[in-house]
Ligand binder design. Structure first.
Ligand code: AMP
Ligand code: ZN
Length: 473
């Protein structure tokens, strides 16, 4: 039985789909006004692990992801400027060009990270009609009002606004900051449709029953999920920053429009990737893209491996040292699998201990996607002398259906990028011996010798790891 931590109930729950054997999954996709940073990509890797785990468990999965190419303002709560328009203005290009460029860049990154493309990828700008339909439904049911030319959702027309985030509305009202949008009856009301009264000269505009304009950000996810998954579906994902506003508003408007509760049964949220300033974000600066890692010689799969070392519900702190450790581990893994491939003619069917290990691996993934635990089972399996090479090979390849580390390609590179000269490896061993003998002077000399050769030794809890100096700091 698969179980997940459901943000809606704040508890681990057995996963029971609406329809036996099938799963409808919706994941909020990127806002394509800039490159995705590696924090965003962490969230898509988590969703990829979910995708792969569900498919492996035998479900017929329909995975839908939107592309936000209109309506997402710099502030989640209807404040600020349209992110797409701002980016286009700064680049001196059209919003459509900006959207097309960064959408392609996003899928390029996803492919490099072995992220399986969702079954449906849908653009907000292709679904304006669907959004207008949902807003009309909300209007008919008395959940909207028009003020200053914009259409708002009135949260006071429902009795459970904020249940996902467990918002305390009384407290919020008391402590409410001065609301910039004086049209709102309640500061938590949100825009469903902007008319051109807010941003004159907005390039993306569509006719609507409320005037020419464009949608608020939240409505797109309700419209597109219902178009592709129906009025109720199984799982909705995103990063935790979406809980208090975006997902809260998606729930409010969907349940009000479609009249089904809960609109979505399981809500899974990925925690943040941190850097030394805190949450990695585009606005706080200092964010890294996948290209900034590959420019320094890392493989995108080093980053995927790094993400696997943290559970999706825990914060993960990025540093180049940690990335280098992930790289070393991944390359060791690739070498081990290459050796297994060289030693065996074909992978064998699993039995006995190998079958047990395989079960332990998938059990870990099916227990709220415990990737670090699953990874530990993989390493245990590689060390287990009671499992022969043919079974070991079959086992790791089976595990890789979830890990997505391209282990089937192990041994295909003529010269692995990390093949260190024997001299450097010998020096590392001598340094370890010197440290053991408490000869720190000698140990430091060896370190300097390695630096002069272009290498760096990083001491990790698992022992020293050799790196090339040009890899990161
Ligand atoms: P955006 O393109 O800004 O809409 O963000 C795309 C996804 O990345 C959303 O699901 C966010 O919740 C998520 N996200 C944003 N910042 C981070 C971060 N530092 N770590 C992990 N996920 C993040
Ligand atoms: Zn969304």
């Amino acid at each position: 039985m698969i179980r997940f931590y459901n943000t809606l109930t704040r508890s681990l729950e057995d996963f029971v789909p609406l329809e036996e054997g099938k799963v409808g999954l919706y994941c909020c996709g990127p806002t394509v006004y800039n490159y995705a940073h590696i924090g965003n990509l962490r969230t898509y890797i988590f969703e990829d692990l979910l995708h792969r785990t569900l498919v492996h468990a035998g479900y017929k999965l329909k995975h839908v992801m939107n592309i936000t190419d209109v309506g997402h303002l710099t502030g989640d709560g209807d404040d600020g400027e349209d992110k797409m328009a701002k980016s286009a203005r700064e680049a001196g290009r059209s919003v459509w060009d900006i959207a097309a460029f960064y959408t392609e860049a996003f899928f390029h990154d996803e492919a490099l990270l072995n992220i399986i493309r969702p079954d449906v990828v849908c653009k907000a700008t292709d679904n304006i009609d669907g959004m207008i339909e949902v807003i009309k439904l909300l209007e008919e049911k008395g959940h909207t009002y028009t003020a200053g030319g914009n259409v708002y959702f009135s949260i006071d027309t429902i009795d459970d606004y904020g249940k996902l985030a467990k918002l305390n509305l009384d407290e919020l009202k008391e402590g409410a900051r001065i609301e910039v949008d004086g049209n709102k009856r309640n500061p938590k009301d949100f825009v469903l449709w902007f008319t051109n009264s807010k941003f004159q000269g907005q390039a993306m505009q569509w006719p609507s029953p409320w005037g020419t304009g464009y949608p608020g950000w939240h409505i797109e996810c309700s419209a597109m999920s219902s178009r592709y998954l129906g009025h109720q579906f199984d799982i909705h994902c995103g990063g935790i920053d979406a809980i208090p506003v975006h997902h809260t508003n998606e729930i409010a408007q969907s349940e009000a429009a479609f009249g089904i509760k809960p609109w979505v049964r399981y809500w899974l949220h990925g925690e943040f990737l941190l850097n030394d300033k805190g949450k990695m974000s585009k606005s706080s600066g200092g964010f890294l893209t996948l290209t900034s890692l590959t420019d320094q010689g890392y493989d995108p799969l080093d980053y995927r491996y790094f993400c696997l070392t943290g559970h999706y519900r825990s914060q993960l702190r990025f540093s180049f040292d940690s990335l280098s450790q992930a790289r070393q581990a991944r390359l060791t893994l690739m070498r081990r699998v290459a050796a297994l491939k060289a030693a065996t003619k074909a992978a064998a069917a699993l039995s006995g201990r190998a079958a047990e290990l395989e079960k332990a691996f998938f059990d870990a993934m099916e227990d709220d996607l415990k990737a670090p635990q699953a990874l530990a089972v993989l390493w245990t399996a590689l060390r287990d002398e009671s499992v022969d090479d043919a079974q070991k090979l079959a086992l790791v390849l089976s595990m890789d259906s979830i890990l997505g580390l391209s282990l089937d390609k192990a041994g295909e590179d003529a010269a692995p990028a990390d093949s260190f000269p024997q001299e450097a490896l010998d020096l590392v061993a001598q340094r370890t011996a010197a440290k053991k003998a408490k000869d720190f002077k000698r140990a430091d000399e060896i370190r300097d010798q390695l630096t002069a050769m272009g290498f760096k030794v990083v001491d990790t809890p698992k022992g020293p790891v050799l790196e090339r100096c040009n890899l990161g700091n």
